[in-house]
Each structure stands twice: as C-alpha cells, then as structure tokens.
Design a protein around this ligand. Structure first.
Ligand SMILES: Nc1ncnc2c1ncn2[C@@H]1O[C@H](COP(=O)(O)OP(=O)(O)OP(=O)(O)O)[C@@H](O)[C@H]1O
Length: 294
C-alpha cells in the first residue's frame, strides 16, 4: 500500500469510530504537574458525543491544561486519554493526524496569526492538513466558514488588529471549523465580550452545534453560557472533576464551591434570566395557534 492509501484507510477507520462511538472523549486517571505543582491527580471525565459540555472551576484549577492535554499540547505524567476510542497519549504527531483532523480549537482570545488576514488564518489548517487543495477551493472554503460564523464577507481580507473582540472570536471560530470538525474545543469563548455579544456568540455556538452535530468541550466562567447552552457541566476542583451533570444535578450536591458558584448572586441572576426566557417562550407558544396561522 502507498503512504496515501495507508492514510486514507486510517481516515476511514477513524470515520467509522466517530460514527459508532457514544463517548467522544474519555479521560482516566489523569495527572499533570509543573515541577512541584500538581494540577490534576486522578482526573476522570467522559464527554458524550453530541453534547455541549461546560467545564468550570476556580482560576488555576487546570481547565486549560486539561484541554491542552486532550489535544496533545501537554504531555501528562500519568493517565489515559481516548478521543473517539483512539488512545491519544504517546502517539507520534503523524500517527494521530487522522484524529486531529476531526477537531477544531478556539483558544483563549482567538489566537489568530496577526500577520495573516482573517481568510488566511482560516486557511491555515486547510494548508496544513490538505496541502493538495488548490488556492481557489481553499478561498471558497474560507469564505464559507467566515459567513458561517456571522462575519461579513468583507472581514476576509482584514487583519486581526482591524477587528473588534467579538469579530476576532468569530474569526477564530471560523478557523476552528475549517476542516468540518466533529469535535470543537472552545476556551472561554465569551470572555471579554459585552453581554449582548456574548449571548449572540452563545446562540451561534448552539446553532452550529445542532446543525453540524458537533460535540463541544467548552471552558467558561460565564454562568449565562452554562445555563443557556450547556447540556452538562463538569466542575474542576481539588485536582479532579469533582462533579459532572446538568445544573440541576450539580445543585443537588453539597460541594461548597458548586453551591457558592451557582447559588451566589450571579448564579441566582442567571437562573432568573433563564426562567424569564422560558416563561416568554411558553407564553409565545401559547399565543401561537398550533398550525402557525394567526
Ligand atoms: N506551561 C506551564 N508552566 C508552568 N505552569 C503552568 C503552565 N501552564 C499552566 N500552568 C499552571 O497550571 C495551573 C492551571 O492552569 P490553567 O491555565 O489550566 O488554569 P485555568 O483553570 O484554565 O485558569 P483560568 O480560569 O484562570 O484560565 C496554573 O496554576 C498555571 O499557573
């Protein structure tokens, strides 16, 4: 078999694995440390296929380190990480290539290359993973992804410095979506956005997730995001995932950080906002006749 045939066979195998797995990411017994500082110890987590899993925890509890370990940017001291059933630890970059193509990452702040335009930024993963795709098709894919994230077409030739914070995030998301991923990693996507911009970003994330059937690993401090779009929430504390479940399930635990976080003034405000929105939707549904006619 030629190298190309081997790669294609590997990609087909991964395609099969993505289709048949119920668990997108499985982490077992993870330990990460920097010198004497142990960030994770015995951390377990499952991310179910097709869900938006919110990852929360106090500052420095290791949310970003966990994401970096899953995507292979941080080598753990111990533990197992599987993505769509494929072991990710100790694999050479080119061995894991077929699985790496299945995810997109939006790093904190967008992490765009400042010397490249938005369109060129979106094209980076296409150039890297599909070098045989010609310039015209690459441009078309980039333009499509840019529109998909709600940016105007005119944003394509702009440089990151010419964009607002919200536009930078959208451009970063367009790049994360460049390869039609199954799995999306978002690190604090709404940080630094005003509440209206943050709500619009959340709504777009939910819509894209539903339309494209994505699994989303979403690190956030934003309670509104957790309440409005996350199916389940994993809480990092004490070097582990101390609890994972729906917000209702988390509220039933007596972990002090969880109680303080969700039942503090901001948590209560987010709960109230969600109930108001549900009431509004129910009133609207009650006022609309079932066949949609007025
Ligand atoms: N490359 C590194 N070298 C040394 N220490 C690091 C490194 N990366 C992370 N750390 C440390 O690991 C701990 C966890 O960092 P991480 O960025 O994952 O926290 P976080 O939960 O994402 O925090 P925040 O909510 O503030 O973004 C921190 O104490 C941080 O200083």
């Amino acid at each position: 078999m030629s190298e190309e045939e081997i790669q294609r066979a590997e990609e087909e195998r991964i395609e099969q694995a993505v289709e048949t797995s119920d668990i997108a990411i499985s982490v077992r017994g993870l330990r990460n440390s920097f010198g004497d500082q142990v960030v994770h110890d015995g951390l377990d987590l499952d991310v179910r296929k097709g869900e938006i899993l919110g990852v929360v925890g106090g500052s420095g509890t290791g949310k970003s380190v966990l994401m970096r370990a899953i995507i292979g940017l941080q080598t753990p001291d111990e533990g197992e990480i599987h993505v769509f059933g494929e072991s990710m630890i100790g694999r050479l970059d080119d061995e894991a290539l077929a699985i790496r193509k299945r995810w997109g990452v939006l790093f904190q702040g967008g992490a765009l290359f400042s010397t490249l335009t938005v369109a060129e930024n979106v094209e980076v993963p296409i150039r890297e993973y599909y070098p045989n795709i010609g310039a015209e098709l690459r441009d078309e894919i980039a333009a499509y992804k840019i529109r998909m994230t709600g940016l105007p077409t005119e944003a394509g030739p702009k440089y990151p410095a010419e964009l607002s914070g919200g536009m930078k995030k959208r451009a970063g998301l367009a790049r994360a979506l460049a390869l039609d991923p199954d799995l999306l990693f978002l690190d604090e996507p709404t940080a630094g956005l005003d509440p209206i911009g943050a709500a619009a970003f959340d709504e777009m994330t939910r819509k894209l997730q539903q339309t494209l059937g994505l699994t989303v690993f979403l690190i956030t401090h934003d309670l509104d995001t957790l309440y409005s779009i996350c199916d389940r929430v994993a809480v990092l504390a004490d070097k582990k995932v101390t609890a994972v479940g729906t917000i209702e399930e988390l509220l039933a635990t007596d972990h002090p950080w969880i109680q303080e976080y969700f039942n503090g003034p901001r948590g209560r405000a987010a709960t109230a906002a969600v109930s108001r929105e549900k009431d509004r939707e129910q009133t609207q549904a009650a006022l609309s006749p079932p066949d949609g006619r007025r």
